[in-house]
Design a protein around this ligand. Structure first.
Ligand code: C2O
Ligand code: CU
Length: 456
């Protein structure tokens, strides 16, 4: 099953409807016969175009609508933003206003949540205070982001199903101080058929190895030795973990901003919702981006590492010394020792009941912290599975993991908690609101592992 799917998973998604016919889902049908197909060519998702370049603001219409596309040999009826899966990459400059009109062309209500972006609460896309967008209706969203980051956008209503069916896209605030690489690749990694409504993806059996990159199975991208390659990886899977490694790999950023120094430890574990910016430096061979099978039980799962994608060497050259980001070396903030809020994660696979502080959303006790004052949150995982903890509305600095401070400062909005791990986080909330705090494994969130942090 796996091999079969890999072989024919060609250019399924990732192509917008305006691109050449060979990239369209129809192209797959004619290609499905006989001899082994060459691996598909990597393609970045098409970028959003500013609809009014005469102003400083970035103006965009984002239309959610049904779309038929293929995942390998399977024709599926899914959802797309602006007719493409992944949706358009929205790329902003720091301080640039984003004006979005969201059109709901679905038969169901929807919202758009800007994952990792500190937006005003009314724009956060949670159907908690602002109601969801009705079918056929529109909503205007207006916000300005100052901090460079790699984020994404997705519905926060009927989330498990709508995200699984293809509603997601990448949101980037550029850092103008970054050096320009020879290649910037945007890797939206997904797995399929995870939502409860399996019949919809009829015949699709979820397999851990069936990852796609921008809708392609194991795409290749041509490079030359000596070139610099930055890869922004976003894990949009409902519940799949990536555990990445590659020759020459160094991590230059996670969720928020540049790291103070590059990290070369591997594997780089990215749970659902998490992101990393990787630098790869080819010289005289291909570089394969591997993912080790990873279990939410917090360890290498059985099985061989599988190839997520590959940089295919065209011409050899002397390895690039690594882009000069002007590393700051900033040390982490010292833990002041007190605790303002505690979240304890519990639950198990058997019951599907997932809890924070013993409570299941929406029957939760709302913790409060005042705006403009730093606060310490301690999150403890007492369950036998891992959980990517995600906080809306504010970023957090990782003060310690099981009592050990990171070597350098690390700012995140999504952080994987290993089994029985305790992390201490520093937040500096600016925007008032009722912010969601939850596990980003979507069945866990759906199973109750979600609470609300009030800033007032
Ligand atoms: Cu990406 Cu509340 O989520
Ligand atoms: Cu979880």
């Amino acid at each position: 099953m796996i091999a079969l799917i890999s072989l024919v998973l060609a250019c399924a998604k990732g192509a917008d409807t305006d691109s050449e016919p060979t990239d369209s889902p129809q192209g797959v049908d004619s290609a499905v016969d006989s001899a082994p197909q060459p691996p598909p060519l990597f393609q970045n998702p098409a970028e959003a175009v500013d609809q009014d370049p005469d102003t400083d603001a970035f103006e965009l219409t984002l239309s959610a609508a049904p779309l038929d596309f293929s995942i390998g040999e399977l024709q599926v009826s899914g959802y797309a933003y602006n007719g493409q899966v992944p949706g358009p990459v929205i790329r902003l400059q720091p301080g640039q206003q984003l004006l979005t009109q969201i059109d709901n062309g679905l038969e169901d209500q929807t919202t758009v949540h800007w994952h990792g972006a500190n937006v005003p609460f009314e724009m956060d896309g949670v159907p908690w205070m602002s109601s969801p967008i009705q079918p056929g209706a529109s909503m205007d969203v207006d916000f300005t982001l100052s901090a460079p980051f790699t984020g994404w956008y997705h519905p926060h209503f009927d989330t498990e199903r709508q995200v699984d069916w293809g509603l997601y896209g990448v949101l980037i605030v550029q850092d103008p101080t970054w050096p320009t690489p020879d290649h910037e690749l945007i890797v939206v990694a997904d797995t399929w058929g995870e939502s409860p409504d399996q019949g919809h993806h009829s015949g699709f059996v979820f397999q851990e190895h069936d990852w796609t990159v921008n809708g392609l199975s194991q795409p290749v991208h041509p490079v030359n030795g000596g070139e610099s390659v930055l890869v922004r990886v976003v894990n949009v899977s409902n519940m799949g973990y990536l555990a990445l490694s590659a020759d020459t790999l160094r991590v230059v950023a996670f969720d928020q901003g540049l790291l103070p120094a590059p990290i070369t430890d591997s594997p780089v574990v990215l749970g659902p919702g998490d992101r990393a910016v990787l630098e790869l430096s080819p010289s005289d061979t291909d570089i394969v981006l591997w993912s080790q099978p990873w279990s939410v039980a917090g360890e290498h799962a059985l099985g061989e590492p599988f190839e997520l994608m590959r940089l295919e060497l065209q011409e050899s050259g002397v390895q690039h010394p690594g882009l000069d980001f002007g590393w700051s070396g900033t040390a982490p903030t010292a833990d002041p020792g007190h605790t303002d809020l505690r979240y304890v994660f519990q639950g198990d696979e058997q019951t599907g009941q997932w809890r924070i502080n013993g409570e299941a959303f929406p029957d939760v006790t709302i913790g409060s912290i005042p705006p403009g004052e730093p606060a310490i949150i301690e999150v403890r995982n007492l369950s036998a599975t891992e959980h990517p903890f995600h906080l809306h509305g504010m970023h957090f600095e990782v003060l310690s993991i099981d009592g050990v401070a990171p070597q350098h400062q690390r700012i995140e909005d999504t952080l994987n908690l290993e089994i029985r791990q305790t992390v201490r986080l520093l937040v500096n909330p600016e925007n008032a609101g009722d912010w969601m705090a939850h596990c980003h494994i979507l069945p866990h969130a759906e199973g109750g592992m979600m609470t609300v942090l009030r800033v007032e």
